[in-house]
Design a protein around this ligand. Sequence first.
Ligand code: ADP
Length: 300
Amino acid sequence: MKLTITNLSKTYSNGVRALHDVSLTIPQGMFGLLGPNGAGKSSLMRTIATLQEADHGQIVLEETPAGTIDVLRQKHDVRKLLGYLPQEFGVYPKVTAETMLDHIASLKGIANRAERKTVVEALLEKVNLAHVRKKNLGTFSGGMKQRFGIAQALIGNPSLIIVDEPTAGLDPAERNRFHNLLSEIGENTIVILSTHIVEDVTNLCSAMAIINLGEVIAEGHPAGLVADIQGKIWRKTIEKVELDAFRNDYQVISTQLKAGKTQIHIYSETQPLDFEPVEADLEDVYFSKITATKKTAVVA
Ligand code: ADP
């Protein structure tokens, strides 16, 4: 299976241009869509999930059991193979996990009660919520709610799974558990993980894209994108008051407070005087791409 997005654009009625000529190829496996808040990630996720219209462009899902699907037109066909965990996943607080999953399973077309029971039990085990299946959803922690969200998204064995900002607000242990769960999802599926947290992509994704201000600014394999900037990231420890001056002279991509001093990373093709080389990682990729687009935006 393969999802191909071509020249997708969307401007909301208030004039905000959320997506501008977005083209992306999303292969099978875990795909990370990384970008800051407001980048357009949710707009793209909702469009793929058939919940909102695009102004123009095309989305095609190839090699599905139902053949090639034109996502923007064959919404019904998409929904049959879609599992979606939205950014704002509301739960009914006074309903138990088991009852809610059973209800969603019946909405998704599993009419047979015994079959539903089997599906619901298996999913509760999978997301490690079997022991709290009789508890009301309102009593769940953030991490438990997200795992419940994944359980409902997995009903019906979807082959296209979209999870929008799933780890925002989770503590490190909960995030870890959630990562493990996502990485267990079958190999014959496309999982699109939208996030502003670089670590989510580093840990999980074999392919990725970075989106900012509605545009795709990088696309590839995480390791390949890191390799591209290797040897171009430099570090220096400065006084905080010097920061503005360094920002004027260099492409400062990140700053970190260390023992009262400020450590900066910059992007530069050649080694600047008094900077030392840094082994680049995906954070450096992300911030170098984002700061480069910001610079261009300011110049324009
Ligand atoms: P992200 O998921 O990356 O945070 P969004 O897709 O939610 O980004 O938002 C992209 C831009 O579109 C933002 O500027 C946001 O304020 C705007 N936006 C999102 N949804 C709507 C909407 N329904 N109406 C108007 N503007 C919207």
